[in-house]
Design a protein around this ligand. Structure first.
Ligand code: NAD
Length: 477
């Protein structure tokens, strides 16, 4: 049963006053599943006023009380995980097992931030005069506006909202219009756990209209965005023009360097699982496979075998390991990237086309013999596309790994400790996984450098963007 999804404002689930809605499409069948309410300026005004009130209430609760409520939300998410995962797979497409892992992992994120919020320590700075206390105090930044995408409807939202709540902030989330029901369940867990009215709001609508309304608004003190670099630059400029703090989690084009001394079976297994997870619609998915010449063919052969073992189908069906792409834009994008590559001389080693004539299914695809001007070598494919490039020397591999303006995730496989250390030092990337995947845990920092954005969303670093520093110098009166 797919619900019609309402807006959540001031503790109430409500439709837009003018009744406007957006259709939700099932990516496995292309059928309309239901509707989500479409907020306009009247609903955004209500959300802003509620968030301003909610901030006063929430920031005046102790960190200890906030933590207890948040932990209840984590438990509710766990209790409801099976049902939520079905909603997520129905609207987003990924296999049920991946939806379940996302939901349970998101509960862990809430727990992590519930605890970190209790450790937002300040400092006492030794004073120059007797009787003076110099205090550096951390305070919540205020009302935050967040914008999260459809590829991970819960986990993209939970990192922002939980960090903000732990710090004592209130939140207005513009959730993913194409996958709203599972994201709404996250909000329901916070609300049912006892987060007071006004502390979290959820809206959907036209993304540009909402961001242009909320970002300059005086109630909003900080923004956090996850999505493409091009949109991120636009929102960062808007934030800058209005002196709003900003966290930007943007696109990536992850290199995976496979050295001649790597464990090829291990590398092929882990990298293919992470390439094709969520049909490749993952900002940290490995994309450029930079493989040392001596092992190029043996690694390619193993990787293609793994890709061909993937079972494509509806994410609700047992045994399926890759679902459809989330929307028709991704199918068109994949077809465009592959046609361009082939026209410039690329060889398709497996896949290469849409699968079936209903649903947005696309075959896991591997390309070799790529011309340097191939579009997919420059733009983020954001789909099930693996691009293979050979290298001879270590320096050549580093040059290719760092060639693009992106710097989100990178991977490397080698049995040499010296090469592993050198790769870790020389690859320009916010996150590097060496000889395993290992990224995106609640307790570790998640974020990019260069055009992939700024700010960290996980780990102890994740709380930081939601706090401001206040210096108090106090003498005895
Ligand atoms: P898009 O660029 O239109 O949208 C990407 C995301 O940004 C969506 O969530 C959308 O709602 C939001 N968005 C777009 N314009 C906005 C605006 N003016 N204000 C606020 N939010 C706005 O493209 P798309 O077709 O949805 O996705 C395609 C590209 O987006 C992908 O190729 C990928 O590069 C990127 N993307 C990245 C992530 C990620 O996890 N970093 C997630 C989804 C999409």
């Amino acid at each position: 049963m797919y619900p019609n999804v309402l807006l959540h404002i001031d503790g109430k689930w409500q439709a837009a006053a003018n009744g406007r809605t957006l259709d939700i499409i099932n990516p496995a069948t292309e059928e309309v599943l239901g509707q989500a309410s479409h907020a306009g300026p009247p609903e955004l005004d209500l959300a802003l006023a509620a968030a301003a009130r909610g901030f006063t209430v929430w920031s005046n609760l102790s960190a200890f009380e906030r933590s207890k409520i948040m932990r209840r939300a984590a438990d509710l998410l766990r209790e409801r995980a099976e049902a939520i995962a079905r909603l997520m797979t129905t609207e987003q497409g990924k296999p049920l097992e991946q939806s379940l892992a996302e939901t349970l992992g998101s509960a862990d994120v809430i727990d992590w931030f519930a605890e970190e919020g209790r450790r937002a320590y300040g400092r006492v700075i030794p004073a120059r005069s007797a009787g003076v206390y110099q205090l550096s105090v951390r305070a919540p930044v205020g009302v935050v506006a967040g914008f999260t995408p459809w590829n991970f409807p819960i986990s993209q939202a939970v990192r922002k909202v939980s960090a903000a709540l732990a710090a004592g902030c209130a939140f207005i989330l513009k959730g993913p219009e194409e996958t709203p029901a599972s994201c709404a369940e996250l909000m329901r867990a916070y609300a049912d756990a006892g987060v007071p009215a006004g502390v979290v709001q959820l809206v959907f609508g036209k993304p540009a209209e909402i961001s242009e309304y909320l970002i300059p608004h005086p109630v909003v003190k900080k923004i956090s965005f996850t999505g493409s670099t091009v949109v991120g630059k636009h929102l960062a400029a808007l934030a800058g023009a209005n002196m709003k703090r900003a966290t930007m989690e943007l696109g990536g084009h992850a290199p995976a360097v496979i050295c001649a001394d790597a464990d090829l079976d291990l590398a092929a297994k882990i990298l293919s699982a992470n390439k094709f997870r969520n049909a490749g619609q993952v900002c940290v998915a490995p994309t450029r496979f930079i493989v040392q010449n001596e092992v190029f063919e043996p690694f390619l052969e193993r990787f293609v075998r793994e890709a061909e073992a993937i079972k494509l189908g509806s994410g609700l069906d047992a045994g399926v390991t890759m679902g459809p792409l989330a929307n028709d834009r991704r199918v068109a994008a994949m077809e465009g990237f592959i046609a361009d590559a082939v026209q410039k001389g690329a060889r398709i080693r497996t896949g290469g086309k849409r699968s079936g004539n209903k649903g947005y299914f696309f075959e896991p695809t591997v390309l070799t013999d790529l011309s340097p001007d191939t579009r997919a070598l420059h733009e983020e494919p954001f789909g099930p596309l693996a691009l293979f490039l050979p290298f001879d020397s270590f320096d050549e591999a580093i040059l290719e790994a760092n060639r693009l303006p992106y710097g989100l995730a990178a991977y490397a496989y080698t049995r040499s400790a010296a090469t592993a250390t050198a790769l870790g030092e020389r690859i320009e990337s916010g996150m590097i996984g060496i000889n395993h995947h290992g990224l995106a845990l609640p307790e570790t920092p998640f974020g990019g450098v260069k055009d992939s954005g700024y700010g960290s969303e996980g780990g102890a670093e994740g709380l930081e963007p939601y706090l401001v520093t206040k210096f108090i110098s106090q003498a005895s009166g």
